[in-house]
Write a protein that binds this ligand. Structure first.
Ligand code: NDP
Ligand code: MG
Length: 383
């Protein structure tokens, strides 16, 4: 049976990899609904090629241009936040949640409420909404499959195992483009330098998060909720080649690792096929060609954002929501050259210290704290 796949954030990097997996399995998958933020041209191209039944563009000002670009196709269209939510609720067997940032939260929640399987790429929405997010998934009996490569690795490793038998879970990190840069030079890096990731081609926001390693901090909190593990069972290991994605250390001393070429089509194919395996046309791993794999512990002087994320994870309550919001503001300000690279951590730290009482018990709190933390962070620029 052909499975219908909807893609929220179809014009992004994860959206593109998802469409590539679909294109190589034309008898197994079809595209149901797609969304974009602003990119009219690419969304229209996707509609012409993949013939979805529904497409929405978040930017209402681009709607007329989009309708013209898909004129003649048998497709329903919509725009604005309501349009994106309608796409998330459109009938599908699986939804890929790949809108970037907190703005992906409402669409992803709508997908959780309407679709039996949500393939989760957007980590920010899980970090910001935490257990509220997981409770909504549980209430609707929705399976959340992690697309993020490290969590996807751990998901595969945890099959038929109890989390009680695991001593700790390790997420690997490439270390980003500034792993070997002299510490006193990092303050001078430009957005263009931060966006050039050495291993993974990704969207701009996650590339900057990888450079600060706040990305790994988001992933620690993501893992905490996805696998219901206490914060002290989660570790981070730098592994520049990004071949090994996740490790489980068992109580008996055994360590199991998951490996794969750094290509997001691999975790995406796992999520699309689950619980079966797709016969994916993806190059295998050639360890002999790889030669050496190396590992090192993260240095908080180089990656202060990672230390802040550990603090937020241990503090719990509303602190991950605050940290995520402050980071989104900081990354945007860095991209506009309003603050320097190391100021990203400073801005997150200042915002967290001013919002120590933040707590969340429901979705309303999540939106209110996200808004308050954004305002607080914006008020602190320039630092
Ligand atoms: P991109 O920036 O490449 O793509 C983001 C997508 O979201 C685009 O389709 C964009 O539309 C859309 N979008 C952005 N803002 C809005 C908005 N306000 N409303 C509706 N749509 C919007 O990001 P990535 O694909 O790299 O990442 C997507 C998510 O997946 C992120 O949360 C990231 O952390 C996560 N992730 C990504 C990985 C990767 O390898 N790329 C790996 C693991 C996780 P448009 O471009 O048309 O404006
Ligand atoms: Mg990752």
């Amino acid at each position: 049976m052909v499975q219908k796949i909807s893609i929220l954030g179809a014009t992004g990097s994860i959206g593109d990899s998802t469409l590539q997996v679909i294109a190589s399995h034309p008898t197994e998958f079809s595209v149901s609904a797609v969304t974009a933020g602003h990119n009219v041209e690419l969304l229209a191209e996707i509609c012409h090629r993949f013939k979805p039944s529904f497409a929405a563009i978040a930017d209402a000002a681009s709607y007329d241009a989009f309708k013209m670009a898909v004129a003649g196709l048998d497709i329903e269209t919509a725009c604005g936040e309501a349009g994106v939510l309608a796409a998330a609720a459109y009938p599908a067997d699986r939804v890929m949640a790949a809108i970037t940032g907190f703005s992906g939260l409402r669409p992803t929640l709508t997908a959780l409420e309407n679709c039996p399987i949500v393939m989760l790429a957007n980590k920010e929405c899980l970090v910001a909404a935490g257990s509220v997010f997981m409770d909504i998934a549980a209430k609707h009996n929705t399976t959340v499959l992690p697309v993020d490569s490290e969590h996807n690795a751990l998901h595969q490793l945890l099959v038929a195992k109890s989390i009680d038998d695991v001593r700790h879970l390790t997420l690997t990190a490439s270390g980003g483009p500034f792993l070997n840069m002299p510490l006193d030079k990092i303050g001078e890096v430009t957005p263009e330098m931060a966006i050039k990731h050495p291993v993974w081609p990704m969207g701009e926001k996650i590339s900057i998060d990888s450079a600060t390693m706040l990305n790994k901090g988001l992933e620690l909190i993501e893992a905490q909720h996805l696998f219901s593990v206490p914060a002290d069972k989660l570790k981070v290991l730098i592994h520049p080649q990004s071949i090994m994605h996740g490790l489980l250390t068992m109580h008996d001393g055994s360590v199991m690792a998951h490996m794969g070429t750094p290509d997001m089509q691999i975790p995406i194919a796992y999520c699309m096929g689950w619980p079966e395996r797709l016969n994916a046309d993806i190059a295998g791993l050639d360890l002999a060609a790889e030669g050496e794999l190396s590992f090192l512990a993260p240095d908080f002087n180089r990656y202060p954002c990672l230390e802040l994320a550990y603090e937020a994870m241990h503090a719990g309550r509303g602190m991950p929501t605050v940290m995520n919001a402050a980071n989104e503001v900081a990354v945007e300000a860095f991209r506009k050259a309003q603050i320097g690279f190391m100021d990203i951590a400073n801005l997150i730290q200042v915002t967290m210290s001013k919002m120590m009482d933040a707590d969340i018990s429901d979705l309303e709190d999540v939106f209110a704290i996200n808004e308050a933390a954004r305002r607080q962070a914006l008020d602190s620029i320039p630092l």
